[in-house]
Design a protein around this ligand. Structure first.
Ligand code: ZN
Length: 54
């Protein structure tokens, strides 16, 4: 479905601002919306694990 967030986030190397991948690709340029820095690293979404206690 369009508009649904994938949960993938990128974090700015300079200011640490986290931006959703969809928000980044919606912009003409891949850069931090906060400070304009162009180097962003991918942030792994927290994986929810169901661990059963035995
Ligand atoms: Zn930034």
């Amino acid at each position: 479905m369009a508009g649904e967030k994938s949960g993938i986030q990128y974090q700015c190397f300079r200011c640490g601002k986290k931006v959703y991948y969809e928000e980044l690709t919606a912009m003409p340029e891949l850069k931090c919306p906060e400070c304009g820095y162009k180097i962003l690293k991918k942030v792994r979404p927290p994986i929810v694990k169901h661990v059963k206690a035995r």
